[in-house]
Design a protein. Structure first.
Lengths: 177, 230
């Protein structure tokens, strides 16, 4: 029966919402710094999650990280839509993330590591000079482009790129250890 | 940076894309590769998952209830209406459907002493959206009794609450007016017993004293809940 299926899902959905919405709302608020926009975004995020949830493999990659990625990308898109076009480096709206889910879900090893990795990205930040970690944070949470970052740190654009690329390499090496 | 449109390390490009740092030709390059190269898409996805750890530093903030209300409306509002229409309940239900949302709570029924009494095989929980009316039901297949617990609410003045069994794919069948006792057993007619199973639903409607004169719900449907196996 359609209703039974939908209702069973609904139960699960509400439980998921109760468990995760505060974190995702925190992320939306942090990125957008505007309650109304954050609320709208959160609603869209859960609609996406709902649409994609059927493709969720039980026990696959940390669902929280996946949901945070959706929330962050959606919030950043909103932020960019708000910014003047010159500043915006538009990116895909996150559908890629959803589309990849079925084939892309990490294997058991990746899943086992996912818990560590989440905290690990912050641990790895400690291996970077403070301002570099801050630059990655700003890109992630404030949607800063290379140009924004160059302005913020008062360095030429190319220097900023070189800087950050080196930092991302370091970060990757740290994460893969 | 046209001299750097290639990278010795795809992972860095993937990270730049995941962070949203790229623009212009570099962004186009990354998007093209994302669409065409599963390996690259995987790198981007891996970064997105890893970078999500940054959100550990972000304080959770409880969203206002209207967000969930909006989601319920978007996700389930239309579905509920369609379902109601399909099973042929009264048209007024279209408006009431939003109000009479069923809640299925995975709580143990707690009414039955499983040591000595028959064990219920099916249960349902029916609640109006404002939770003014909450009814739990457990079906004892062995005896054909439907045990009803009215946890909140009751009939309106000079009106009755009528209980309906909605077999999968067919019209509601009355199980009679809800007893006045808070906890009571309703004997399910033998002919209906096979239909009281997973896939069916229970519903409660507001009816004239003594119950529906027509054999079908005539008043507002206050609550409905699917029957689930225990």
């Amino acid at each position: 029966m359609l209703a039974r299926t939908a209702l069973g899902d609904r139960d699960a959905f509400e439980a998921l919402y109760q468990a995760t919405s505060a974190k995702l709302f925190g992320v939306c608020l942090r990125v957008l710094k505007n309650e109304t926009e954050a609320e709208d975004t959160l609603q869209e995020v859960y609609l996406r999650i709902w649409d994609a949830a059927v493709r969720f493999r039980p026990g696959a990659a940390s669902p929280m990280s996946w949901m945070i990625a959706i929330a962050r990308n959606r919030a950043i898109d909103k932020l960019r839509a708000r910014k003047p076009a010159s500043e915006a480096s538009t990116r895909d709206d996150g559908t890629d993330l959803l589309a990849e889910l079925p084939d892309d879900a990490p294997g058991p090893e990746a899943v086992a590591m996912a818990g560590d990795l989440r905290a690990q990205v912050l641990r790895c930040f400690e291996e970077l000079p403070d301002d570099r970690a801050q630059a990655v944070r700003r890109a992630y949470l404030d949607g800063d482009s290379y140009a924004d970052l160059a302005r913020h740190f008062g360095v030429p654009l190319n220097t900023m790129r070189t800087w950050l690329r080196r930092s991302l390499l370091k970060l990757r090496d740290c994460l893969s250890r | 940076m046209s001299d750097q449109t290639t990278y010795d390390d795809d992972s860095v490009l993937a990270a730049e894309y995941a962070l949203g740092l790229l623009d212009g030709p570099e962004l186009q390059l990354a998007e093209g590769r994302l669409a065409e190269e599963p390996g690259f898409a995987e790198l981007v996805h891996a970064w997105e998952i890893e970078l999500a750890g940054i959100a550990d530093e972000v304080e959770p903030v409880a969203p206002p209830p209207r967000v969930l209300a909006g989601l319920r409306h978007d996700l389930f509002g239309e579905q509920d209406r369609r379902w109601w229409q399909r099973i042929g309940l009264i048209p007024s239900v279209v408006g009431a459907a939003a109000a009479a949302v069923l809640v299925l709570i995975a709580v143990e029924f707690g009414l039955i002493d499983t040591g000595s009494a028959p064990v219920p095989t099916y249960q349902a929980e029916l609640a109006s959206e404002d939770a003014e009316l909450v009814v739990a039901a457990a079906y004892l297949e062995e005896t054909g009794d439907l045990v009803i617990e009215r946890r909140a609410g009751g009939p309106r003045p000079d009106r009755a609450l009528e209980l309906w069994l909605i077999p999968e794919g067919s019209a509601p069948v009355s199980l009679g007016v809800m007893p006045e006792d808070r906890i009571a057993a309703v004997a399910v007619p033998r002919s209906l017993r096979p239909q009281l199973a997973t896939g069916a639903a229970l519903a409660i409607s507001d009816e004239p004293a003594g119950g529906s004169p027509t054999g079908a719900p005539t008043g507002e449907v206050l609550a409905v809940g699917p029957i689930t196996a225990l």
